[in-house]
Each structure stands twice: as C-alpha cells, then as structure tokens.
Design a protein around this ligand. Structure first.
Ligand code: FAD
Ligand code: NAG
Ligand code: NAG
Ligand code: NAG
Ligand code: NAG
Ligand code: NAG
Ligand code: NAG
Ligand code: NAG
Ligand code: NAG
Length: 542
C-alpha cells in the first residue's frame, strides 16, 4: 500500500471511529459526515423495517468484527493482524441489503469486495490495498431441489457440500458437477468455471447452469431473460464480481449410477512413478468419459532417513461398478496395476466425502460442516495447461526438482477430454477446451508466520513455476481463473480507471479470445467500472 492510500485508509477509519464514539446509531447525517457514515445512513434508508441494516453491519468497533471477517477467510496469508482490513462488513440478510450496498457504495464512491465462500486463492474477496467494504453473502445459502424437473436453485452463499447433501437427500441417482472441496461456495466457484471429478462426463459447473438471479450496478434484480444472453454468458466463467452480485443460480442436475467406484493407487518414485505418470498423460484424457483419474504429487519422507521423495497418488472415480472397471483398465492403462481390493463401490454422495479424504463410512452430514476458523495454512496457488505429453526423462527431472527445491509444494494433475473437448472454446468465457491434455494446480503451503517465511515460499513457488515453462502452454501461458494468481498480472484498484491493456495481461491468460467479449459486455453493463478489483474486467471507454 503506498503512503497516500495508507493515510487515507487510516483517516477514514479514524473518522469513522470518532464518529461512532458519541452515537449509538447510524442516524446522524450532517453535511460533514464521512462517506462511510453517509453510506450507513443510505443503507439504512434502503432497508425494510423487518431487516434493519444495523443487524447486518459490522465495523472494527463491533466486538465480533474479526470473527465475522475470519469466518470465511481460507488463506492465512491474508488473515494476519497486519493484513489490510475492510472499513465495514455488510453481512446481507435480505436482497435489499445487496441492492442498498451497491447503490450507496456507488453514491459515496466506496469500493466493495463481494464474498460468498471466501476461498479466493489471493484473498481478493476480503483484502485490498484500498479502503473497501465487504459485501458478505454467506447468509444467502438456501438450496432448493426440484428433483422431478431435475433442476435446483442454489444461492451464492451455499457451499458445494450443502448442494451435494440436499441433492442426495432427494435422490441417489442425481448429482452436480463441481469442485471437490465442500466448503467452497457457489458464488465464486461457479462464476469462475467450477470443475471436479465429473468434468469429463458432464463438463464444468457453468456448462450446467440454466438461469441466474443477479443484482446489477443500478441495484436492479435481473434473471436470465432480463439480463440478456451476453451478460448471462459473462457470469458463467468470466468472474461474477466484474459484472454484478450473484444472488442465485439455477442448475441442471445430472444422472449418475446408484453406486460409483472410487480408488486410490500410490506409486513412489522408487516404484517407478515417472513411468506410470508418463502413460497416464497419454491415456487419461482419452479414457471412457465415465472414468476420471487425477494424479497428485506429494513430497514425503523417503525410506532413507532425512531423504525426501515424491509419492504420486492416482485417485479415481468411475460411474459404474468394479467388474466393468477392472478389465477396462487392464486393457487401457495396465501400468496402474489397479486391483479389486483398491476399489470401493459407494453412492455418489459418499464419494464426495472420499475425495475430500474422509474415511469410508463417514455420515454425509460431514458435508455440512463449515469450519468457523480459517482452515488453511498460508498458501499460494498457480496453474498451467499441458498440451503435449512430457517425456519420461523430463518427468524424472520434474520429480527430482520438486524433491530438492520445492518441499512445501504439491501438484494436482487433472485430465481433460470427454465432454470438455466437445464444448467450443467460446461457449462460455472459460476457454481451455479441446487441445488440452490436463490442468496442473500447484499448491505451496506453509505454517510459519511472518514475512520471511512468506517470501521464501512464494519464491519457491515461483522458481518451480519458472522451471515448468518448457512443458506447458505458451504464447501466452494459460491459467485457470479459479486458481487465481496475481503473479500473472493485476491492475491498481486505487485508480478509478483500469486500462484494457493492463487487464489484457491476465485477461488473455484466463480467457484467451473471450477476453474481448467480456470487455464488451462490461462496457454495456457497468460502463463506469463500479464493480472493480485487482483482476477485474475493465470497460472499454472509461
Ligand atoms: C481448498 C480449496 C479447494 C478448491 N477446489 C476447487 C475445485 O475442486 N475446483 C475448482 O474449480 N476450484 C476450486 N477451488 C477454487 C475455488 O473454486 C475458487 O477460489 C472460487 O472462486 C471460490 O469461491 P468462493 O465463493 O468460496 O470464494 P470467494 O473468495 O467468496 O469469491 C471468489 C471470487 O468470486 C467473487 N464472488 C464471490 N461471490 C460472489 C457473488 N455472489 N457475486 C459476484 N462475485 C462473487 C469474489 O469477489 C472473488 O472475486 C478451490 C479453492 C480452495 C481454497
Ligand atoms: C455494530 O455496532 C453498532 C454500533 O454499536 C450497532 O448499531 C450494530 O447493530 C452492531 N452490529 C451488529 C450486527 O450487531
Ligand atoms: C417443473 O417445472 C414446471 C415448469 O417450470 C413447473 O410448472 C412445475 O411446478 C415443476 N415441478 C415441480 C415438482 O416443481
Ligand atoms: C508412499 O507410497 C508408498 C507406496 O507406493 C507407501 O508405501 C508409502 O507409505 C507412501 N508414503 C507416504 C508418506 O504416504
Ligand atoms: C519426516 O522426517 C522428519 C525427520 O527427517 C520428521 O521430523 C517428520 O516427522 C517426518 N514426517 C513424517 C510424516 O513422518
Ligand atoms: C489383464 O490382461 C492380461 C493380458 O492382456 C490378461 O492375461 C489378464 O487376465 C487380464 N487381467 C484381468 C484382471 O482382466
Ligand atoms: C454413505 O452415507 C450414508 C449416509 O450418511 C451412511 O449411512 C453410509 O454409511 C455411507 N456409506 C459408505 C460406504 O460410506
Ligand atoms: C495507477 O496508479 C499507480 C500508482 O498510483 C500508477 O503507478 C499506475 O500507472 C496507474 N495505472 C493506471 C492504469 O493509470
Ligand atoms: C442504470 O441507470 C442509468 C441511469 O438511469 C442508465 O443510463 C443505465 O442504462 C442503467 N444501467 C443498466 C445496466 O441498466
């Protein structure tokens, strides 16, 4: 934060703190009121008597401010004592609070950050170097399943775990394709694409969304029909926070078999992991679309004390039973050496727990557990796309580099193909379709506090990313929005204007040619760039 921003941030906090000292409500409204006081007054005026704004607003003066702030901050890197804090948090209790927050923040020139589940990998829903207000959507978390029609309305604050749980309560043969982590919320997850182990059969979450309700820059509530197809296209993968506030999504449920088969097979480097990964690259995106096999790379203690090694775990999900899976894999991927004893047949909803490492037999109520404290250590994610198989020798070098240089990192390789390759690159803003063998997620995490550890591990992450350059997509190097990474470019939200050529640096990597259509939509629906943040889509003429 530069000195001027820091100063104005402090001043506005101070002004507010002083102003509340002598008052018990937000009702004072002299002409010398601060923008923040004016905002509170305005929000009160926009709230119905049954949902007073005072029940929704938290400032640093409220004793529960920090617990509300941290209830949905999932990356400790941004929740330290010194991390920038919002001026206020509006925990919306009613759609009028969403409308009021937009109208009043715009009127008093205050920036907002929108948060649903708080999993943004760079914390962009709850930290910023400019003064800001969090519009927190976690109370909007209803899930309404219409099993006869095979659809559901899910609110932005509903977690994936909750969506999976309520689908299963109504039906064992319905499912929804989305992420593995049950605490991620639909607000951010769907608007960034949303992928999981059903992707090869059914595509991304956004490929299965049929309607949405949002609040636009004027505070109007729009659905698919009233927002029009351009905006409906943009919010399904272009990042919702550049265009409005997502209230809820209408999703199309998909059909699964009453039982699915899951398995884990582990290979250490000594056991020839590189050879199996080499074959995995050739086949994983070509296999039957009912089968999804992720490869994860973890640094573990080797057999010799003091030595590290890498274990590769192949985690599988098959929409069918073991007796069909075993001969199929024996034919197409015998290197995996899958055994009957590795395979577990369970209902789809139980498989969502298995994939999140819960033991078999865990009651599905675990899907509703929402940790009240930040769950994760400090972490940094980055992503890559691979279009050509990496040679066995090069895979060996990658594993070696990981062991020696990046002992806090893990990788997940997720195969594409199937439905992902049948959908055109411009169907949604998410462009990474045909031609991609797999997506790499890099996840570097550490428990140590402090700036030194942070710099050490951020550098470690970057060193590995640089090392991977020869084997991944280029010109430009592509990235996945849901694994948000500020290293690939960012704009300055302290500036009222965000030039398109700055946004292009990250926009093309996330969206390729779709970036231009996103800019076009943005120019129509938010020409004055109210909905802006560190990696937002700017309007063309501003
Ligand atoms: C542990 C973990 C596991 C993950 N696993 C997967 C996975 O399996 N598959 C996958 O695709 N991704 C995965 N992700 C990435 C995840 O999908 C994204 O971080 C997603 O944006 C999180 O959504 P959220 O609502 O929880 O986060 P938030 O931090 O609340 O929001 C993320 C972004 O969306 C915006 N936003 C949030 N709510 C709204 C709204 N209502 N209207 C408009 N904009 C909004 C925010 O402003 C921010 O820019 C994972 C992330 C973590 C930390
Ligand atoms: C926060 O404090 C203010 C001032 O005391 C109060 O009016 C408001 O109701 C408090 N917020 C909540 C959610 O209780
Ligand atoms: C199914 O959809 C139709 C048309 O939208 C609607 O009239 C009907 O009520 C829905 N069925 C149920 C069980 O809600
Ligand atoms: C690594 O994998 C091997 C099997 O290939 C297994 O025996 C060992 O326990 C694994 N190590 C860890 C730490 O998981
Ligand atoms: C790995 O080895 C180190 C010592 O070399 C030890 O401190 C640590 O506990 C070991 N980790 C596991 C998971 O066994
Ligand atoms: C696997 O394939 C080999 C030959 O390709 C065959 O001999 C063997 O019986 C098969 N095993 C199973 C379990 O199908
Ligand atoms: C699946 O979930 C149900 C419901 O919670 C539970 O009773 C059952 O034990 C689970 N089955 C397995 C195999 O995990
Ligand atoms: C935004 O502001 C920063 C610092 O104040 C400045 O360096 C930068 O050039 C500005 N960017 C644009 C696009 O105006
Ligand atoms: C918002 O309101 C302004 C002023 O009334 C109008 O010009 C503009 O078209 C509206 N924007 C949208 C997206 O409806």
């Amino acid at each position: 934060m530069d000195t001027i921003t820091k100063l104005s941030f402090l001043l506005s906090t101070l002004t507010f703190s002083l102003s509340v000292l002598g008052t018990t409500s937000y009702s004072s409204s002299s002409s010398s009121s601060s923008p923040l006081e004016n905002f509170f007054q305005c929000l009160s005026n926009h709230s119905p008597p049954s949902y007073p704004a005072s029940n929704a607003i938290y400032t640093p003066k409220n004793s529960s401010f920090l617990s509300i702030l941290h209830m949905h901050t999932y990356n400790n890197r941004f929740s330290s004592r010194t991390a920038p804090k919002p001026l206020a948090i509006v925990t919306s209790l009613h759609v009028s609070h969403v409308q009021g927050t937009i109208i009043c923040a715009k009127k008093y020139d205050l920036q907002i950050r929108i948060r649903s589940g708080g999993h943004d990998c760079e914390g962009l829903s709850y930290v910023s170097d400019v003064p800001f207000i969090i519009l927190d959507m976690f109370h909007h978390d209803s899930v309404d399943i219409d099993v006869e029609n095979g659809t559901a309305w899910v609110e932005a604050g509903a977690t994936l775990g909750k969506v999976y749980y309520y689908i299963a309560k109504k039906s064992q043969v319905h499912a929804f394709p989305a992420g593995v982590c049950p605490t991620v919320a639909t607000g951010g997850h769907f608007s960034g694409g949303g992928y999981g182990n059903l992707m090869r059969k059914f595509g991304l979450s956004v490929d299965n969304i049929i309607d949405a309700k949002i609040v636009d820059v004027n505070g109007s509530i729009l659905d698919r029909k009233s927002m029009g197809e351009d905006l409906f296209w943009a919010i399904r993968g272009g990042g919702g926070a550049s265009f409005g506030v997502i209230l809820k999504w209408k999703i199309k449920l998909v059909s699964v078999t009453p039982k699915v088969t899951v398995f884990k097979v582990q290979k250490s480097v000594e056991e020839g992991a590189a050879k199996v990964v080499y074959k995995w690259q050739q086949v994983a995106s070509e296999l039957d679309e009912n089968l999804f096999i992720r490869a994860t790379f973890d640094i573990v203690n080797g057999t010799q004390t003091g030595k590290k090694t890498v274990n590769v775990t192949f985690i599988g999900m098959f929409l069918g039973l073991t007796d069909k899976l075993l001969p199929y894999l024996n034919d197409s991927f015998s290197e995996l050496d899958l055994k009957k004893s590795d395979c577990i047949e369970i209902p789809w909803v139980n498989s969502t727990l298995y994939w999140y490492n819960y033991p078999i037999g865990t009651p599905i109520e675990a899907l509703l557990d929402v940790p009240k404290e930040p769950l994760y250590s400090n972490f940094k994610t980055m992503s890559d796309y691979v279009k050509k198989p990496i040679s066995e020798g090069d895979l060996g070098s990658i594993l070696e580099f990981m062991m020696i240089k990046s002992d806090r990192m893990r990788m997940e390789w997720n195969p594409y193909g199937g439905k992902m390759h049948k959908i055109s690159a411009s169907e949604t803003p998410f462009p990474h379709r045909k031609g991609n063998l797999f997506l790499i997620e890099y996840l570097t995490s550490w428990d140590e506090d402090g700036i030194e550890a942070k710099n050490l591990y951020l550098n470690m992450a970057k060193t590995f990313y640089d090392f991977m350059t020869p084997w991944v997509s280029n010109s430009p190097r592509k990235a996945f929005l849901n694994y948000r990474d500020l290293n690939i470019g960012a704009n300055y939200p302290s500036n009222a204007t965000t030039k398109v050529d700055i946004a292009r640096s990250y926009g093309i990597k996330y969206f390729q040619g779709n970036f231009h259509r996103l800019v076009h939509v943005k120019s129509k629906v938010d020409p004055h760039n109210f909905f802006r943040y560190e990696q937002s889509i700017p309007p063309l003429f501003h």
